[in-house]
Design a protein around this ligand. Structure first.
Ligand SMILES: Cc1ncc(COP(=O)(O)O)c(C=O)c1O
Ligand SMILES: *[C@@H]1O[C@H](CO)[C@@H](O)[C@H](O)[C@H]1NC(C)=O
Ligand SMILES: *[C@@H]1O[C@H](CO)[C@@H](O)[C@H](O)[C@H]1NC(C)=O
Ligand SMILES: *[C@@H]1O[C@H](CO)[C@@H](O)[C@H](O)[C@H]1NC(C)=O
Ligand SMILES: *[C@@H]1O[C@H](CO)[C@@H](O)[C@H](O)[C@H]1NC(C)=O
Ligand SMILES: *[C@@H]1O[C@H](CO)[C@@H](O)[C@H](O)[C@H]1NC(C)=O
Ligand SMILES: *[C@@H]1O[C@H](CO)[C@@H](O)[C@H](O)[C@H]1NC(C)=O
Length: 421
C-alpha cells in the first residue's frame, strides 16, 4: 500500500514536472541566495530582541480618577517611533515572501517615520533603501532617515505614493508600500513567552499588565489609536477579535480625514479625500492628502470590521493637546496628542462608570521632530489662521488642561468656546 502510494505520487509528479527540460531536484534558490535569506531572517530576529518591550507608562489623570491610562512608549525604540516594530514586520514579510533578496533596492512613500525605521531594518540586512517624502518634511525626520542609511527623494506630498511606485518599477526595485502591505505584514497572533516573540504592540501591553503586580485590573477596556496606513490599529484589532478579548477598539480620526466615513459609513472606498483635505492635518495620520484613492490592500491597511468606535477631533485641538501634554512631561508628537485626546474623550464618556476604566494607547513619535512647526507660534498662526490661530490654540489648551485637572469635557467646551472670531 505504502509503495503504491509512492508510485502514484511519482507518476503524478511526472505529469506536472517536465523532466526532459529540468532536473527534478533543482534548487529554486542558489546556495548563496539561500544563505543570504536565512542570514537576513536571523538578523531581523536579532532586531526583534533588541527592541524588546517598549515601556508601558502609567499616566494618572487627576480630573478622571477612575481612569487607568497606559501609554506604550514607542519613542523608546532605536528609530524613535511606532514605526520601528512596523518596519520590522514589513522587512521580515518582504524577505520571507521572497519579494526582497540580496540584490534588491527598496522604496517607500512616507511621512518620515516609516522611512527612518525601514532604512534601519533594510540597512541591517544590507539592502539599499530610498524614501520618497514630501518637500516640506521636517528636517529632524530627514536626519533620522539619513542617519539610518536611507536616501531621500522629494516630491509633492500628494504624489509620494505614485512616485515611489513608479521609481521602483523603473529601477526593478521593490515598492514596500506600507499603506497597502502593513495588513499583510503586521502580526496579530499570540506567541506566549516563546523566544521568537510576536511584534504585536497589544500582545506586549497585555504581557506587561499581567506581569506588573501593582496592576490589579488586568483586562483592558479600550485601545485608542489613530490611523495613517491603519496598519497598527488593524493589527491590534485583529489580535483582540481573534482572541475574543473584551477590549473595544477606538479609532481617533483627524478633522479632514475620510477614515471616519470609511469605517462608519462604508464610504470613500475608491476615492481620494483630496477635495476635503486641509493642511496641515496631523502628521502621520488621517487619509486625504494623496491623489490615490483609498483601496484596501493597495493604499490603506485599515480593516473597518475591527473598529468599534470612532472619535473625530479638530486638528487645532490636537495641536493644542500637543503643547499641553508636552508641558506635562509627555514628550510625544501631534499624533500622540490625538491618541491622548481620543482616550480622554472615551474616558469622559464612561465618567459615571462605577468601576475603573482601563485604556491603552501609544506615544507614537517624539516631540523634538516638531520644533520648527507645532512648537512654532508663527507657523501655528499661519497654518491655523482660519481656525483662530494661537488664540484658539490657547483656548483649546485651557479646555484640555481643565479635563486633566477637573474632569470637564474639553471637546464639548472647546467646540463652544474656542471658535475663530
Ligand atoms: C507619527 C505617526 N503617528 C501615527 C502613525 C499611524 O500609524 P499607522 O500607519 O500604523 O496607522 C504614523 C504613521 O506613519 C506616524 O508616523
Ligand atoms: C517538455 O520539455 C520539452 C523540451 O524542452 C518540450 O519539447 C515539451 O513540449 C515539454 N512538455 C511539456 C508538457 O511542457
Ligand atoms: C519615552 O522613552 C524615551 C526614550 O527612552 C524617554 O526619553 C522618555 O522620557 C519616555 N517618555 C515617558 C513619558 O516616559
Ligand atoms: C519611468 O519610466 C517611464 C518610461 O520610460 C517614464 O515615462 C517615467 O517618467 C519614469 N518615471 C520615473 C519616476 O522615473
Ligand atoms: C452615510 O451615507 C449616506 C448616503 O451617502 C448619507 O445619507 C448619510 O448621511 C451618511 N452617514 C454618515 C454618518 O455620514
Ligand atoms: C474606482 O474608481 C475608478 C475611477 O473613478 C474607476 O475607474 C474604477 O473602476 C473604480 N474601481 C472600483 C473597484 O470601483
Ligand atoms: C517658524 O515658522 C515660520 C513660518 O512657517 C518660519 O518662517 C520660521 O522659520 C519658523 N521658525 C523656526 C525656528 O523653525
Amino acid at each position: 500500500m505504502y509503495i503504491n502510494c509512492l508510485l502514484l505520487f511519482g507518476l503524478f509528479r511526472f505529469t506536472i514536472t517536465n523532466l526532459t527540460s529540468a532536473p527534478a531536484d533543482q534548487d529554486r534558490l542558489t546556495k548563496s541566495e539561500q544563505d543570504w535569506r536565512s542570514w537576513a531572517i536571523g538578523r531581523l530576529w536579532e532586531e526583534r530582541a533588541k527592541f524588546g518591550h517598549t515601556p508601558l507608562i502609567k499616566y494618572p489623570v487627576k480630573g478622571l480618577p477612575f481612569l487607568r491610562l497606559y501609554i506604550k512608549n514607542e519613542t523608546a525604540t532605536p528609530t524613535r517611533s511606532l514605526k520601528h516594530r512596523f518596519a520590522w514586520a514589513l522587512a521580515m514579510w518582504s524577505v520571507v515572501d521572497g519579494l526582497v533578496t540580496q540584490d534588491s533596492k527598496t522604496y517607500e512613500s512616507s511621512s518620515g517615520n516609516t522611512a527612518a525605521s525601514e532604512a534601519y531594518m533594510y540597512s541591517a540586512i544590507g539592502v539599499p533603501f530610498y524614501a520618497v517624502v514630501s518637500h516640506d518634511l521636517e528636517q529632524a525626520k530627514i536626519d533620522n532617515i539619513q542617519g539610518n542609511h536611507g536616501q531621500i527623494i522629494k516630491t509633492d506630498n500628494s504624489l509620494r505614493g505614485q512616485l515611489a511606485k513608479e521609481t521602483a518599477a523603473n529601477t526593478s526595485g521593490f515598492y514596500v508600500n506600507q499603506h497597502g502591505n502593513a495588513e499583510k505584514a503586521e502580526e496579530f497572533t499570540e506567541s506566549g513567552d516563546y523566544k521568537y516573540e510576536s511584534g504585536n504592540v497589544f500582545h506586549e501591553a497585555l504581557a506587561q499588565l499581567r506581569d506588573d503586580s501593582s496592576v490589579t485590573k488586568k483586562d483592558v477596556d479600550y485601545f485608542v489609536h489613530g490611523a495613517g496606513t491603519g496598519g497598527t490599529i488593524t493589527s491590534v484589532g485583529r489580535y483582540i477579535d481573534r482572541y475574543n478579548l473584551p477590549t473595544k477598539v477606538v479609532m481617533a480620526d483627524t478633522e479632514f480625514s475620510v477614515y471616519y466615513d470609511y469605517v462608519l459609513n462604508n464610504s470613500f472606498k475608491n476615492e481620494s479625500g483630496m477635495k476635503l483635505w486641509k493642511e496641515p492635518g496631523v502628521p502621520g495620520v488621517g487619509y486625504g492628502f494623496e491623489v490615490e484613492p483609498v483601496i484596501f490592500g493597495d493604499t490603506t491597511s485599515l480593516v473597518a470590521s475591527i473598529i468599534d468606535e470612532v472619535v473625530k477631533l479638530p486638528d487645532i485641538a490636537t495641536a493644542a493637546g500637543f503643547r499641553e501634554f508636552n508641558s506635562r512631561g509627555l514628550h510625544g508628537g501631534p499624533s500622540s496628542a490625538l491618541n491622548m485626546l481620543g482616550a480622554l474623550k472615551i474616558a469622559l464618556k464612561n465618567k459615571n462608570s462605577p468601576k475603573p476604566i482601563s485604556i491603552v494607547t501609544l506615544l507614537n513619535d517624539p516631540a523634538d521632530f516638531y520644533l520648527n512647526n507645532y512648537f512654532n507660534d508663527t507657523w501655528i498662526e499661519e497654518m491655523f489662521k482660519d481656525r483662530g490661530g494661537m488664540k484658539a490654540l490657547n483656548c483649546w489648551r485651557w479646555e484640555i488642561a481643565s479635563t486633566l485637572d477637573r474632569g470637564t469635557d474639553f471637546l464639548a467646551n472647546g467646540m463652544q468656546n474656542c471658535k475663530p472670531n
